[in-house]
Ligand binder design. Structure first.
Ligand SMILES: *Cc1c(COP(=O)(O)O)cnc(C)c1O
Length: 426
């Protein structure tokens, strides 16, 4: 049996077990660090897949979880409500771009996007003029369920499932100098009057390679969608909670989407939770004496009270601690360290949006399967730095507590990797 050399029955995500047979265990987390089974501190330079915002195990959040556990476990979220969810919903509405008024809870980023798509289609269905086309952007990522894969970029990640994926209209990525093509394509799609929603990652396309576009474009997208009665869905699952320099990325464009999806950093990264926020128009389209207009969606762990309590504590952290100052300081540290890479011919597309820094290393082929990706991962792992390049795209998205010397170590490792690649040693 091919798998029999393995000692664990666990099947890990995005892991080719033939190539990565043994995964070390993490026994504890602390600040910006994962402590592995050999007691080695590993710098978590990608915030454990983009979920940890302030730090691992922020004391305020951990304490709130403990307190909530004294009263709650999971509670059915139809028939009854509970205080943590009620308070959190109010808090989210206050923090989100103005105009969003309702909060639908779920438990992962993918689900929050599925919910958004269903809200959009329900809105048009209940309004008596059904629309079902979805417009997305080239290189986008919205999750790994069938629906969100349909909306995301097609490639090796979903080739096997392609026959089941629904068709969407795709905008070209607004590369510098090509912005008008993107706007024209959006206008062309919307003009047909069948587009229910533009689903978009604001400012930074994460899994698609940390591709960044200017905030004013998002505002222009909204002007176009508004003109044709198309809904704008902002997938802020990755960009939310400070990652791009503001609490939500949409703020930089002065945009309130009709539907906003948030997850990852909503609990500071401590527990799984997601929320889909929408405008009164979308909620009201589902409001009726007619029960067939109900919003038919739920998952068992919807609005888990412990997770809601963690998210509420996260709001306290945002209110009581200088989070914005920390984010600005981190952005400044990135800016200083990225500068020399801009004139280094071994790197291209050196870019930054708030706390996210990214650069493409010129080695081998491009794309996710670029052979340089796994080599770099191993190289960084040997230096106790958790970095998972997306193909030849190296990016840093550390927790906000990361120090200047932590960052120095990460950037020095990137330079060292480039040196080794140059001499053929990597
Ligand atoms: C991670 C991510 C998702 C999916 O979130 P999960 O919690 O992994 O399901 C959706 N959209 C974006 C932009 C993401 O980065």
């Amino acid at each position: 049996m091919i798998g029999s050399y393995r000692t664990s029955p666990v099947w890990h995500p995005f892991t080719q077990h033939r190539l990565d047979p043994v995964l070390k265990k993490i026994i504890r987390t602390e600040g910006a660090y994962l402590i592995d089974e050999d007691e080695r501190p590993v710098l978590d330079a990608i915030s454990s897949w983009w979920v940890i915002t302030h730090q691992h195990r922020h004391p305020t959040i951990i304490e709130a979880i403990g307190t909530a556990l004294e009263r709650f476990d999971q509670i059915i979220f139809a028939e009854y409500s509970h205080e943590p969810a009620e308070e959190l919903a109010k808090g989210l509405i206050l923090l989100a771009p103005p105009g969003l008024a309702h909060v639908f809870f779920s438990d992962s980023g993918s689900t929050s996007v599925e919910v958004a798509l269903k809200m959009a289609l329900g809105f048009f269905h209940n309004g008596g003029a059904p629309r079902s086309r979805i417009v997305v952007m080239e290189h986008s990522y919205h999750g790994d369920t069938i629906g969100t894969m349909s909306a995301g970029a097609r490639g090796i990640f979903n080739a096997a499932y392609e026959p089941l994926l629904f068709d969407v209209d795709t905008l070209p990525f607004p590369a510098p100098g090509r912005e008008q093509d993107t706007l024209d394509a959006l206008e062309r799609f919307c003009r047909e009057g069948k587009v229910a929603a533009l689903l978009i990652e604001p400012l930074v396309l994460g899994a698609g390679g940390m591709k960044m576009y200017a905030p004013h474009l998002l505002a222009e997208f909204q002007r176009i969608t508004e003109r044709y009665g198309t809904l704008l869905i902002a997938d802020e699952v990755m960009t939310g909670w400070g990652r791009t320099g503001t609490l939500f990325a949409c703020e930089q464009s002065g945009v309130t989407a009709d539907i906003l999806c948030t997850s990852k950093g909503i609990t500071g990264g401590a527990l799984p939770l997601a929320a889909t926020l929408c405008t009164p128009e979308i909620f009201d389209a589902h409001l009726s004496e007619d029960r067939s207009r109900t919003f038919f969606h739920s998952s068992s762990y919807t609005a888990n009270p412990i997770a809601c309590a963690a998210a509420l504590a996260n709001l306290d952290v945002w209110r009581d601690e200088p989070v914005v100052g920390r984010i600005q300081a981190l952005a400044e540290m990135h800016r200083e360290r990225l500068a020399p890479f801009r004139s280094d011919p071994r790197f291209v597309n050196v870019r930054q949006q708030g706390t996210i820094a990214a650069l493409d290393i010129m080695a081998g082929t491009k794309g996710y399967l670029s052979e340089v990706g796994p080599k770099l991962r191993t190289f960084f792992r040997q230096r106790d730095i958790l970095l998972r390049p997306l193909g030849n795209v190296i990016y840093l998205m550390p927790p906000y507590c990361v120090t200047a010397s932590d960052l120095d170590r990460a950037y020095e490792a990137i330079l060292e990797a480039a040196d080794l690649i140059e001499t053929g040693a990597l």
